[in-house]
Design a protein around this ligand. Structure first.
Ligand SMILES: Cc1ncc(COP(=O)(O)O)c(C=O)c1O
Length: 358
């Protein structure tokens, strides 16, 4: 009988967006505005020839490199950040190696690392989900070959100081250290291009969030030129399809779309955080386009009452330390307003009372 490798058969399952997601989708940190009109225009202009040909990635890499202020050799376009994580794991991890993650965090680090047969060492976050830098440093051994940190982190929104991240990269020069900046546009702080001093550092970005292109699957992996050359060898030459590559320069050129979106999402985040504070609901200040909050015994009821109002939010109860916590994405003004209106109604309906005067 055909049998998959043990490491793959025993993998945790990732649950992607499920069937019925009708309504305002504030559950997967997607862009609630859609995407730039320039991208939509480009999609309409695509013809048969452009689809019949194999995609060419390099011109897209030059455009992104210029926009990000790095050289094309320091960068690889990937099929979303997911592929970047997968590539790093496949390139640097072997059975018996250790991969370090601080939990709770984005699930794919553990999934791709475990699939290689490596051991995943999960380090719990500190008080209020603070990054446990000292614990990470003391857990690093000669077996550690991969460390992944989402900055800002998902699902907590917590931000790790850049000097702390650099100290980890320095202590583990034998480990590929990935700083996943999927929410960079909302935090505004990056560790790039520190890989010029720290050749084991990789930084990933995505077009799935602020640019609103999760469906096109465009990610960017950056790092030391020599390491990137190795990763390039391991990647499929056609990992980005021609539609994504055609739209990419338009998405990058429409700076107003991104800056307008980010500014509305940041307003929404501030409003959401102050609203939950008014109701005495515990939350963790976020640097991303979502907020994690603790609903305790009201968690399930809150989620279904929001759903009844056509708003999807995400139950994060199965993440370590997140029992009865809900993560809510913010987006454009109109959606943020709708969220706040429903949130007030539901809080009141489930019996919460305002604790702080507005
Ligand atoms: C921290 C983090 N990294 C990566 C991703 C996925 O990015 P992509 O769509 O580029 O694969 C997500 C998506 O939610 C995320 O939260």
């Amino acid at each position: 009988m055909l049998k998959a490798r043990e490491a793959v058969r025993t993998l945790k399952e990732y649950h992607p967006p499920l069937g019925n997601r009708e309504g305002l989708r504030l559950d997967f940190n997607e862009n609630t505005a859609g995407c730039s009109r320039r991208v939509l225009q480009k999609l309409r202009e695509l013809d048969g020839d452009s689809l019949a040909r194999y995609p060419v990635r390099e011109p897209g890499e030059r455009v992104v490199a210029a926009a990000f202020g790095v050289s094309p050799e320091e960068l690889l376009l990937t099929n979303g950040t997911d592929e970047a994580i997968h590539l790093i794991c496949e390139t640097y991890l072997e059975p018996g190696d250790d991969a370090l993650v601080v939990v709770p965090t984005f699930a794919m680090y553990e999934i791709y690392a475990a699939a290689t047969g490596a051991r995943v060492v999960s380090i719990p976050a500190g008080q209020d989900f603070a990054f446990p830098t000292a614990d990470v440093l003391s857990t690093i051994t000669s077996r550690t070959r991969f460390i992944a940190v989402a900055n800002p982190n998902n699902p907590t929104g917590a931000f790790t100081s850049l000097p702390d991240l650099a100290s980890i990269a320095k202590v583990a020069p034998h480990a590929a250290f990935l700083v996943d900046e999927a929410y960079f546009e909302f935090s505004g702080e990056t560790i790039a291009p520190k890989w010029r001093e720290l050749p084991n550092l990789f930084v990933s970005r995505t077009f799935s969030k602020a640019y609103g292109l999760a469906g096109l699957r465009i990610g960017v992996l950056m790092g030391n030129g020599d390491q990137m050359q190795v990763l390039r060898r391991a990647s499929s030459p056609y990992n980005l399809n021609s539609v994504a590559l055609a739209c990419l320069p338009e998405a990058l050129a429409d700076k107003d779309f991104v800056s307008n979106y980010v500014s509305q999402a940041l307003d929404g985040r501030r409003q959401l955080e102050s609203e939950v504070e008014v109701w005495g609901v515990r939350f963790w200040p976020s640097r991303a386009n979502f907020v994690l909050m603790y609903l305790g015994e009201h968690c399930k009821e809150f989620i279904s009452a929001m759903r009844a109002r056509g708003i999807l939010v995400r139950d994060r109860s199965s993440d370590p330390g997140c029992q009865d916590c809900v993560r809510i994405t913010v987006g454009i003004r109109e959606h943020n307003q709708r969220l706040l209106t429903s949130l007030r109604e539901v809080f009141s309906e489930i019996g919460l009372r305002q604790k702080v005067a507005r």
